[in-house]
Structures are given as C-alpha cells and as structure tokens.
Unconditional design. Structure first.
Length: 428
C-alpha cells in the first residue's frame, strides 16, 4: 500500500490492522470512483477561485482527472490493494503525473468530506434510476390494465376465492403502486439533493471555500449548510434512499408472490416465457420459476442494508469510523434491489394469462356479494340481504362480464378511472 497521508514519522503501520481498517474500501469504491473524480474536479475549480491554484494548475488537474476517469472506465486504472481507498488513489495518480500540483488537490478537504460527496452523488444517480424504473413499470401496468379491463379472473381475500375480479384491476393496482413509488423516489431525491463538499471533517476549514460554485458545478439543488449536519446526515440520507427503494421492492415482492401462485399447477393462471424458468437438476418433468423467486428474495438485501446502517447510527454527533461499513450495505442493497427491478418490465410485458384457467376458477359463490348488494338496492336492509346472499341455495352461475360492469364504485372494474392514473403517470 502507498504511503498514507495520515502516517506519522516513527510509527510503524501494522499490515493486519491496516487491512482491518481499510476493509473492502478499494472494492466498494469502484462504485463511487467516477463520482469522486467529478467532486475533485469541482473542488479544484473552487480552489482556483480563491487563489489556492493558478489557472495553469487547475487546467493540469482537470486534464489529469479526465484522463484518470477514462482510464478507470476502460479498466486501464484499477482500484486494488495498492491503495487505501479511492481518495488516496486519485491523489497518488495526480501527484505521480503533476508533482506538487497534484498534492494540492487535498487542500481544505478530508476523506470524510470526499466519501460524503461521492456517495451523495451516487445516491442521486440511484434515485433517478429508481424513479425512471418505477415510471416504466407503471406505464406497462397501465397499458395492460386498459387492454384487459374486462378479462375476468378470481379475486382473493385471505387467499380464498372471494369475488369476480379482472386482470385489468390486477394491473391497475400495480400501476398506482409504482406511480407512488416513483413519487417517493423523487421526493427522497429532493430531500438528499444537498452538497456536503467543503464541510471537511464536520467543522469546516479556515479557507473561504466557494461552496456556492461547487454546489452549482455538481448539480446539487442546494448547499448543505452546517458542517455538523453534513456528518449527521451520513447514514440518515442513505436510510431514506433505501426506504424509497424498499417501497418499490415490497411491491415487487408481492407481484412475485402472485406470480409464484398463479404459475403453479394448482392455479395455472399464468404462463411464463421459458427464459424466466429453469429446469430441475433431478426432476426431468419440472420447470421452476426461479426468476420470480429470486425477485421475491431481493427485498431481503434491502432490508438487511437498512438494518445494518440503522445500527451504525447509534452514535453521538460528529464523524466516527463506525460509519464506514455502511458503504458496503448501501452498495449491496441497491445492487440487488435495482437488478431485480430492472427485470420486471420485460416480465410484465411477456407474461400470458391462461384465460381458460381463469374462467374455470370462477364459481357460483363468487357472485354472493353481487346478490347482497342487489337485494340491498331493492330496499332490503343490508344485514338481511347479507344473510340471504349467504345461503348456498341462492348461489347460481353468474355472468362475470355483467358482474364486472356493475361494479361501479370509483376505481373498481366498472369504473376503473384509468384516465386519472394515466394523468398522474404523465405528470412527470
């Protein structure tokens, strides 16, 4: 490992202790490296604006930061155990290429400042991707809801057949859910869209840093004013982002549960394209819905990440090294969650309903609620109508199309109000 910025003369660095301190930073920082480079570029601009760097020095730093970013993207520069973390890697590369000019890049910064701004920029990108993903999912669900508004299917409560429903209603539920998930992602993005660059280790520095410039240069909505709060927000903002992701993942988990049931031979309502299933290694007759099962499992990674970060936050104010492991939780939670969500749109477009199975699952008892309401509309008190409709001898085969058409409460099958949802969805 290269010489450490904080290493004191006469003190020997224990390799095993240093490995423990560094943890997985050089691996995890591969996620954040490009954002740290961009933040370093903005910081250099700020230093030039207050006279720490000359115009020529700034131009040289900008050139080398661009080259480092390109080398990193191509794989010509690799974060590995030569470095303590991405911050030391950037500084060493600049020093190697530019000598004393490269050493100036750390002026007025701390590694806490660096990791804060890099992860903040990364989180913004993740939330933008999450909002976009939820928007796409909601749009597909809306399209299918419109196309299948009157396709009957059983509606379940307590996992028991209850009433006649429609595949259109099923899709509309997910459409509204993911519109809400999109809005939550956007609201969380607005919450965290504040620039911590220039807060150092939580107390500022004795330089008139041009924080307004770096805020604009990095595309932040506002400056995070208090250096102490910049440290207090670390973990808090990450939790908020994971909660926004978790909101979408909870819905994904329930979609996956429905599809697990609906694709089973006991239900037989849905046919998955073959690429979403795998063969059994021992049972030649089986195709297993592994994709939706792993989608269902993915929420666990988000929940674990939230728990890990939450437990790290039981600290007094100020910076503490305890916060370092939260980086791994964040990368793992978003990595698993976003990977699962990215597979959902194509699955939603490709799944097919087995209409004959949906129709065969409708039975006379599922029209009992319609009968109770009909009797109440004829003047019978509802309690009496309910008791009358509960009698099996009153049950008869019904017309599912009529049942759906007569369900006219706003949002139900006869008045799905998809235009309202579409208006919300289009209001980007």
């Amino acid at each position: 490992m290269s010489n450490l910025l904080w290493q004191k003369e006469g003190i020997c660095i224990d390799a095993e202790i240093q490995r423990f301190l560094a943890g997985d930073d050089v691996i995890l920082d591969r996620e954040f490296m490009l954002f740290d480079i961009e933040a370093s570029r903005a910081h250099a601009e700020g230093l030039q604006r207050i006279g720490i760097l000359t115009g020529e020095e700034l131009a040289a730093l900008q050139r080398e930061l661009t080259a480092l970013g390109e080398d990193f993207k191509r794989g010509d520069f690799v974060l590995d155990t030569r470095f303590e973390d991405m911050h030391s890697a950037i500084e060493e590369r600049l020093t190697e290429r530019l000598g004393d000019t490269g050493k100036k890049i750390h002026t007025g910064r701390s590694r806490n400042d660096q990791v804060l701004v890099a992860t903040r920029l990364w989180l913004k990108a993740q939330l933008q991707a999450l909002a976009s993903q939820c928007h796409e999912i909601a749009g597909i669900a809306l399209e299918r809801a419109e196309a299948e508004a009157q396709q009957p299917m059983p509606g379940y409560t307590h996992l028991q057949r209850a009433v006649v429903s429609s595949t259109g209603m099923w899709w509309a539920g997910w459409a509204e859910a993911f519109i809400d998930n999109r809005e939550r992602a956007r609201a969380t993005l607005d919450l965290i869209d504040s620039n911590p660059l220039g807060t150092a280790a939580g107390y500022g520095v004795n330089l008139a840093l041009d924080r307004a410039h770096t805020t604009a240069a990095l595309g932040f909505g506002r400056m995070q004013v208090s250096p102490l709060y910049a440290q207090l927000s670390r973990g808090k903002y990450e939790l908020a982002a994971l909660e926004a992701l978790g909101s979408a993942m909870l819905d994904l988990r329930r979609i996956a549960w429905d599809l697990s049931l609906f694709t089973s031979s006991e239900f037989g309502f849905v046919r998955l394209p073959p690429q979403y299933t795998t063969g059994s290694s021992i049972m030649p007759n089986k195709r297993n819905p592994d994709v939706i099962e792993l989608m269902r499992a993915s929420y666990a990674s988000v929940a674990a990440a939230k728990t890990e970060i939450e437990q790290l936050l039981s600290l007094p104010s100020g910076y503490h090294r305890d916060l370092q492991p939260g980086k791994g939780a964040l990368v793992h939670g978003f990595g698993r969650g976003m990977a699962a969500l990215k597979l959902l749109p194509a699955l939603m477009q490709a799944l097919e309903w087995r209409k004959e199975s949906l129709t065969a699952a409708l039975e006379p008892s599922m029209y009992a609620t319609d009968l109770a309401v009909s009797l109440a509309c004829q003047g019978m008190p509802f309690r009496d109508a309910y008791r009358e409709a509960a009698k099996p001898e009153r049950w008869a085969e019904g017309d599912p199309t009529q049942s759906l058409a007569e369900r006219t409460s706003p949002g139900s099958a006869g008045d799905m109000q998809l235009a309202v949802l579409k208006s919300r969805w289009q209001g980007e």
